[in-house]
Design a protein around this ligand. Structure first.
Ligand code: CMC
Length: 428
């Protein structure tokens, strides 16, 4: 196979190196093209642009393959747990027993947050969306740990920031919820595992004893694994690009939370449930809503459907659909919107519009149904996604730093006014 590609323009030919990944993916390296020819490449939405070489996650959208560090998502979701997967993503290899125990221990010891965080939290009105609160609290870590602002932090200092993030995010997330409902916050319980501790901070009330249901903890743990990384995407690339300016890891992850928030990305899980509720309220007429999604004059999209890279199926959605059935069954919940979701999915998969565009249910289509069954309120769904995605963002930030990647700075094609003379306001 040739290791160069040729581009001809205006009678001139330019030779460009071709680079190959470990799964035989090919890319034409255009980094020097502008210097050679004065031409840039244009690709709004980065639909066909690789921004980095990464050894973290492999994804084949045509075949529905997703692997973290070479391990199939199906195996990890079934056999591993979230902290082990987090270790794998961040450090590149599965931990041995003592590495795993150390990692869990370190994270457990940092779950407590500074008491002054409560003052920041108290400044948010109860209508504040928990994603905005989460992002703000993460960014506030730059103030509590100013040393993290130094781009020359040692590996040990970086590791401490990573541990703090992994440990404190569940506390922030649960506290964002408590602030919303006007309840006193719960402090972390370090005797519990990662998910049970989070559930207790979310749901324990002062006058009652609370013990997380192991079915719920397990299901949550699996959901976090399924969300843990997804190579380059809106939030992950945001984390990398913010980090490329040598902003601190806290600032970079906080930016990732904001990028995840939108309904076209992680916010879709909240939008799916709102959509299914609206369909139910509307009498369950799925055909009407499918028609709305196909109508180009209607801005409505079928939430939880379609993906930039998966064009056959989203392997995470397959696992989640089965998990949704299991969880509802185990918890004895009969949720009418599950039926609407299944009906909608079946109708869409048999509809020419969706078939032609290769639109399949994505990770968010069924995740909201499980979160609902687990008692998680709808506006906390995207926060759950952020908790899951955290180790992926950390791994990607760390890789960007270790590779010493240059600051992210895309080009553009200017299409605005050409040079014109300024006129004072009185003469306009
Ligand atoms: N409902 C109706 N039509 C759709 C949908 C949808 N959900 N998704 C894509 N299309 C149509 C779109 O109108 C376009 O049609 P046409 O070719 O006639 O103009 C075609 O399919 C291609 O869409 P696109 O917007 O060019 O595709 P994209 O790769 O830019 O967008 C997407 C991907 C996920 C933003 C999009 O499919 C979408 O908006 N889906 C709904 C939101 C959603 O579920 N997001 C969660 C994604 S998974 C979680 C994550 O990792 O972020």
């Amino acid at each position: 196979m040739s290791d160069t590609a040729k581009l001809s323009y205006n009678g001139k030919e330019f030779e460009l190196p071709v680079t190959e990944g470990s799964e035989n993916e090919l890319a034409i390296d255009i980094a020097k093209l502008r210097g050679q020819s004065g031409i840039i490449t244009l690709d709004p939405g980065f639909k066909n642009t690789g921004s980095t070489k990464s050894a973290i996650t492999f994804l084949d959208g045509e075949k529905g393959i997703l692997r973290y560090r070479g391990y199939n998502i199906e195996d990890l979701a079934e056999k591993s747990n979230f902290l082990e997967v987090s270790y794998l993503l961040i450090n590149g290899e599965l931990p041995n027993k003592s590495q795993y125990d150390n990692f869990c221990q370190e994270i457990t010891m940092h779950t407590l947050v500074h008491e002054d965080i409560k003052k920041i939290l108290g400044g948010f009105p109860s209508v504040a969306h928990p994603m905005g609160v989460l992002s703000s609290l993460i960014c506030s870590l730059t103030a509590f740990y100013p040393n993290s602002l130094d781009p020359n932090n040692s590996d040990k200092e970086i590791n401490l920031s990573i541990v703090r993030l992994m440990a404190k995010l569940p506390t922030f997330a649960a506290w964002a919820y408590k602030n919303k409902v006007g309840h006193p916050v719960n402090y972390p319980d370090n005797k519990l595992d990662y998910c049970s501790n989070f559930l207790k901070m979310m749901f324990a009330l002062p006058a009652e004893t609370y013990e997380a249901d192991p079915v719920i903890s397990k299901a949550l743990d699996q959901l976090l694994i399924l969300h843990a990384d997804h190579e380059q995407n809106c939030s992950t690339s945001t984390v990398r690009i913010v980090g490329s300016s040598q902003a601190s890891i806290y600032a970079s992850i906080s930016a990732g939370v904001n990028a995840l928030w939108g309904p076209l990305h992680g916010g879709a899980n909240q939008s799916v449930i709102e959509m299914l509720e609206a369909i139910k309220e509307d009498g369950g007429n799925t055909k009407k809503w499918l028609d709305k999604a196909k109508d180009k004059n209607d801005p409505f999209r079928l939430m939880g459907f379609g993906h930039r890279v998966y064009k056959n199926f989203d392997p995470r959605a397959k696992i989640i659909k089965k998990a949704a059935d299991d969880v509802l069954d185990k918890l004895g919940i009969d949720d009418p919107i599950l039926e609407i979701a299944k009906e909608l999915e079946e109708a869409a998969l048999g509809d020419q519009y969706f078939v032609d565009r290769k639109l399949y249910p994505n990770v968010d289509f069924y995740s909201g149904i499980i979160y609902r069954a687990l008692g998680i309120p709808t506006d906390m769904f995207t926060v759950m996604f952020a908790l899951g995605r955290l180790p992926g963002w950390i791994a990607q930030w760390k890789e960007m730093r270790e590779n010493n990647e240059p600051i992210g700075r895309p080009r553009q094609i200017y299409v605005g006014a050409t040079k014109r003379d300024y006129k004072e306001i009185s003469k306009r």
